[in-house]
Ligand binder design. Structure first.
Ligand SMILES: *Cc1c(COP(=O)(O)O)cnc(C)c1O
Length: 371
């Protein structure tokens, strides 16, 4: 592919000197797990978000599982989320011992529909809903204002899955500070990406203490387990690399927004459906996702011309063999979820792309879309 769908290598090369010296510092520092780099990254990311605390963990799936456990969610509890998400979101609910209840998306922003959350909380018979996980899909925050109001009327936690939304905000308030607790993934292709696995939980002091215990054998202090725990730690190499990348996050997110407007300027006048941004939202375009009824044809057309694309996600979680039949479906069914997965296509949008790359891809699509 001349223009790949994503390029973690380009992200390394863009900051190579800084990353290499950060790695060197860790190697010669002699502390490799939960040392000074992790502590510094946690503090720097907490201050970036304007959240009391950030606790580094092994990956984004663990971050969700640990956040749920810290909220006291476990065996026999039900947790609402979407089916139009990374399987990880739903997997984490089951890993915590709870039952996923999957609710449909709003067809314009493709994020959790608050009205359906409200009716599902009301109508779900097997038991009360203990938590709602809002996924800020593609870098666009879910409607947290409405969700907060609805969830606030019940004894229920509101969790943000920010794996695709580092730096996004609503009315200037960062994703990661809009619910009771938030989780991040630092998988290499994310907006803030490590060179390996990594994750974090952002929370207030009380939940953050529980998270810090859960990530390491339930220890409150070394060798004293306050609660049953696990091992999910952020390592020093990843933390040092993330400190470098965090310094570039805002500029890189702004670059993603620039590339997104370049695409939209060419594609909006065509039959292609372009992404929309709700008023007040700062989108960070983890993905730039278009919609067309002839998605597979367009994908082949671009592939034959050396342009990589991807589909996030081709099969909703409730239709995956590993989950079908076991997960519960929320009020109103999953009609939009099942419809959009046949139409969506993620175009290349990483910050190291040149304007000319995006112009080239946009022109290929415009030529294809012409009646
Ligand atoms: C990437 C991702 C995760 C999982 O993160 P990992 O670090 O791969 O475990 C969870 N939720 C969403 C929405 C994601 O995009």
């Amino acid at each position: 592919m001349k223009i790949p769908a994503a390029s973690p290598l380009a992200s390394y090369l863009a900051h190579q000197d800084e990353i290499d010296s950060a790695i060197d510092r860790v190697l010669t520092g002699g502390s490799y797990v939960l040392g000074p780099e992790t502590k510094a990254f946690e503090d720097e990311f907490a201050s970036y978000l304007s959240r009391d605390r950030v606790v580094g963990v092994g990956n984004g799936t663990d971050a969700l599982e640990i956040a749920l456990r810290a909220c006291g969610v476990g065996q026999g509890d039900a947790v609402i989320t979407v089916s139009h998400t990374a399987v990880a979101t739903v997997a984490a609910i089951e890993l915590a011992g709870a039952t996923p209840v999957l609710v449909d998306i709003d067809p314009t922003t493709l994020t959790l529909d608050p009205n359906l959350v409200e009716s599902t909380i009301r109508d779900y018979h097997p038991g009360p809903i203990k938590a709602v996980i809002a996924v800020h899909l593609y870098g666009h925050p879910a409607d947290m204002v409405a969700l907060k109001r609805i969830v606030g009327e019940h004894d229920c936690w509101l969790i943000e899955d920010c794996a695709q939304a580092h730096g996004a905000s609503i009315e200037g308030q960062k994703a990661g500070t809009l619910g009771d607790v938030a989780t991040f993934s630092f998988y290499p292709t994310k907006n803030l990406g490590a060179i390996g696995d990594g994750g974090a939980v952002a929370a207030g002091p009380e939940l953050a203490d529980k998270v810090a215990e859960l990530r390491q054998y339930g220890w409150r202090q070394t060798a004293f387990s306050e609660r049953p725990g696990m091992n999910s730690r952020l390592d020093e190499l990843q933390a040092a690399i993330l400190r470098v990348k965090l310094g570039h996050l805002d500029r890189e997110n702004a670059r993603r927004r620039q590339l997104a407007s370049r695409y939209s300027a060419v594609l909006e006048p065509t039959s292609i459906v372009c992404p929309v941004t709700r008023p007040g939202v700062e989108h960070v375009f983890h993905q730039y996702v278009i919609r067309t009824a002839k998605r597979d044809e367009l994908r082949d057309h671009l592939g034959e011309r050396s342009v990589g694309t991807s589909i996030h996600y081709p099969i909703p979680v409730h239709l995956q063999p590993g989950y079908a039949g076991r997960v519960a479906i929320g009020a109103g069914g999953l009609g939009h979820t099942e419809a959009v997965c046949r139409e969506i296509l993620s175009l290349p949008v990483y910050p190291q792309l040149a304007d000319s790359d995006v112009d080239h891809v946009a022109e290929l699509i415009r030529g294809w879309a012409r009646p």
